[in-house]
Design a protein around this ligand. Structure first.
Ligand SMILES: NC(=O)c1ccc[n+]([C@@H]2O[C@H](COP(=O)([O-])OP(=O)(O)OC[C@H]3O[C@@H](n4cnc5c(N)ncnc54)[C@H](O)[C@@H]3O)[C@@H](O)[C@H]2O)c1
Length: 304
């Protein structure tokens, strides 16, 4: 199979990431079908995808004609057999659970043509955790996206059983949808950027949970030195504090790490109050005008 043979893409899971990924494929000329648990979920997803596409048009990323053509390439169905028909490549974005991912791939293994490539957008799991369960391990590869609204970096990560030509094809496919491709030679939980980001989160949370300094000063230190427009706590608000807590708590318990658990408990105070970050308008900062975007956030102290 070569890149030009890929025409139809199936997105498993029409949530936050699936919506963005499917739209990105449709914007680049692929026919896209979404599959999710119910018609109701898919109707909501179609509204969100249309809204996102219209926003892209309003910012000049799509012309009005491209917007119309892109949306015409998208369909959605809760019928698995219909979703699987004629599909060349799957990208899976169902919740982060290896059993669920293995089961849904196994189901689609029975329904999809033999040629179909299976890719997963898992954040921290390794494809080898569900490669055997999926039924076609040699055709399984991770294709992991970051937030497509603001960047275009993807990780392509084969597991030891992925056929080299499949990894190459997934790499080429990612390039064809306008992505900067980061190629991993071996499995690594968290890929490349997220591995670095989790170290930053760990350090920032450790400083805050030990009361070394304030959340604002931690971000101020990062932003002031790197000249980045956002610091680690601002980024956590963007990711969503329940997601950051979920991951921190999971690994703290798995490794029995007391400091990581203290970090998770620090995050949990916000999660319990419904302060989940940008999406609830309140997290470490208040939105839409967080303090770190204010003009004087990085102003030199008056005493100096
Ligand atoms: N949110 C992020 O920033 C981000 C970034 C990169 C990767 N990821 C990964 O992408 C995956 C999805 O994350 P998300 O944030 O889009 O989650 P989400 O909860 O927004 O969406 C998951 C979707 O999967 C659907 N679903 C659940 N069970 C299903 C099933 N059996 N069959 C079909 N659909 C099913 C849900 O109805 C929902 O629409 C996870 O593995 C996550 O780790 C997330």
């Amino acid at each position: 199979m070569k890149l030009s043979d890929i025409k139809r893409v199936l997105i498993l899971g029409a949530g936050t990431m699936g919506q963005q990924i499917g739209l990105q494929c449709a914007m680049h000329g692929y026919e896209v079908v979404y599959y999710d648990v119910s018609r109701e979920v898919l109707d909501k997803a179609m509204k969100s995808v249309t809204k996102l596409a219209s926003w892209y048009a309003s910012t000049g990323r799509l012309t009005e004609e491209q917007l119309r053509q892109t949306l015409a390439r998208i369909s959605m169905t809760p019928d698995a057999a219909e979703a699987a028909r004629g599909v060349d490549l799957i990208n899976e974005s169902v919740p982060e659970d290896p059993d669920l991912k293995g089961k849904i791939f196994a189901r689609f293994n029975k329904l999809c043509p033999e040629r179909t490539i299976f890719t997963t957008n898992t954040s921290l799991l390794l494809p080898s955790m569900f490669a055997q369960a999926c039924g076609r391990p040699e055709k399984l590869c991770a294709l992991h996206f970051h937030d497509l609204r603001s960047n275009n970096v993807v990780d392509v990560m084969p597991h030891p059983g992925t056929a080299p030509e499949v990894a190459q094809l997934v790499h080429d496919f990612a390039g064809s949808i306008g992505q900067i491709v980061i190629t991993l030679q071996k499995e690594n939980s968290g890929y490349v950027f997220n591995t670095m980001l989790s170290s930053l989160f760990l350090s920032a949370l450790t400083l805050a949970s030990r009361n070394v300094t304030s959340v604002e000063d931690i971000d101020r230190a990062w932003m002031g030195v790197t000249r980045m427009p956002i610091g680690p706590f601002g980024i956590m608000d963007q990711v969503g504090l329940s997601t950051v807590w979920d991951i921190t708590d999971y690994w703290a318990k798995k490794k029995g790490d007391r400091q990581a658990q203290a970090n998770a408990d620090f995050l949990k105070q916000y999660v319990d109050k419904g302060k989940l970050g940008y999406k609830t308008k309140q997290g470490f900062y208040t939105y839409p005008n967080p303090a770190y975007l204010e003009k004087d956030f990085l102003t030199a102290s008056k005493e100096e």
